[in-house]
Write a protein that binds this ligand. Structure first.
Ligand SMILES: [Fe+2]
Length: 386
């Protein structure tokens, strides 16, 4: 997050005495995710952030792999996932490798009786249905339909939903999720050709500070295991912070599409990047305007990446028979392209109302047992003439 941001009260000089009203020192914490080298923030806690009291239990959360090696295109009907009350239990990892776990969740209830920290992965939560507030140690981020929430690993948070009808498409990334480097100048500012700018970010606000020393329950995910711990003191005891490493939101509806006279390649839709995959946004846009243009994409050989598409809304022009909440996997090794009839159908069309999120991974994805339960079984044959 190359924007400097701050909340609450901080001392004028870092690493100097900063005292509570009762004369005790606040506890300073440097919060970064790449040693002392990457982006970081400095937080000031009312109490020490280190007061582990007890580790209650540890539960294996590793995805159950059904297909380690495969080459079949899949269509997963993710809205068939049953809603569950708990935010973490509701998560269903579907397509995974050592770089990223991609899944969906339909949580019904807000987190109220514990706090959560993912120590393994940055999280991208894409809100398909539901509104609420992401409550974090850095402040609160209200969210709604179409929001990406980017949560760097290590951020302690809760999530409040306004209703029980929530659908989330998520990615847990084992390397940091950044805005694409080619959108930024050498100081980090987003350039004029970027499809979004700094004003579009939803930054943490309304920092909440609780100073009690009661026992509080934190669930920490580390090495694929959920450790349930009791801390002395409230996790949200930060009186102020500043820096560059913090959670933020960005609405897909603020992604400004890049169009041209002829078909533009998928990188124009890129929204986020990591060293192991990219996240792209397909948003409503005008079609190509060359008099002989073909708006449907050409077939392409994704020999070096697996392509995951999560269909959000609208009519997806290159696909037949996809609905909101469907996920397609086009694995590396076989070319993919428009469905029969889609190329001719696209000619002469003026625009698309499609809304979708794409994740292209640079290493193959494995298919989980959860995913096979959502598989329509026949998608891989949908390019045949009959
Ligand atoms: Fe593709």
């Amino acid at each position: 997050m190359p924007i400097y941001h701050k909340q609450g009260n901080i001392p004028p000089k870092r690493h100097t005495q900063f005292r509570r009203p009762d004369g005790e020192l606040y506890s300073e914490q440097l919060f970064g995710t790449i040693g002392f080298d990457g982006m970081s923030s400095l937080l000031y806690h009312h109490n020490r952030p280190t007061m582990v009291k007890e580790i209650v239990k540890s539960t294996d959360m590793a995805p159950k792999i059904a297909l380690e090696k495969h080459i079949r295109s899949l269509k997963l009907v993710s809205f068939n996932v049953e809603p569950k009350d708990d935010f973490l239990e509701a998560r269903e990892p579907l397509l995974v490798n050592n770089d990223v776990h991609i899944g969906v969740a339909a949580p019904r209830k807000s987190i109220t009786d514990y706090f959560y920290k993912n120590a393994d992965a940055d999280e991208m939560l894409f809100i398909h249905k539901g509104t609420g507030t992401l409550r974090t140690i850095f402040g609160n981020i209200p969210f709604e339909y179409g929001d990406y929430l980017i949560i760097p690993r290590g951020v302690i948070y809760q999530i409040d939903f306004d209703s029980e009808d929530n659908r989330i498409f998520y990615a847990e990334s084992f390397t940091p999720i950044y805005t694409p480097k080619r959108y930024r100048n050498w100081f980090g500012q987003l350039l004029e050709h970027s499809p979004y700018c700094e004003r579009d970010y939803k930054l943490p606000q309304d920092l909440e500070t609780f100073t009690d020393l009661e026992d509080h329950f934190i669930k920490v995910k580390k090495q694929g295991t959920l450790h349930e711990m009791i801390y002395e003191g409230h996790p949200f005891d930060v009186v102020g912070w500043d820096g560059y490493n913090y959670p933020y939101g960005f609405s897909i509806h603020n992604f400004e599409p890049i169009t041209g006279r002829i078909h533009q390649p998928p990188p124009v839709h890129q929204t986020f990047e990591t060293s192991a995959f990219v996240i792209c946004s397909f948003v409503p846009r005008l079609y190509d305007y060359h008099p002989k243009s073909i708006p449907a994409p050409y077939n392409h050989s994704n020999i070096d990446s697996d392509e995951v598409l999560y269909y959000v809304d609208g009519d997806f022009m290159s696909r037949n028979g996809v609905a909101p909440g469907n996920i397609s996997l086009h694995p590396a090794g076989i070319p993919h392209g428009p469905h029969p009839g889609a190329v001719e159908r696209s000619i002469g069309q003026k625009g698309s109302g499609e809304l979708a999120v794409m994740i292209d991974t640079f290493r193959p994805l494995m298919v989980t047992e959860n995913a096979l339960k959502l598989d329509d079984g026949d998608y891989y044959r949908s390019w045949l003439n009959s």
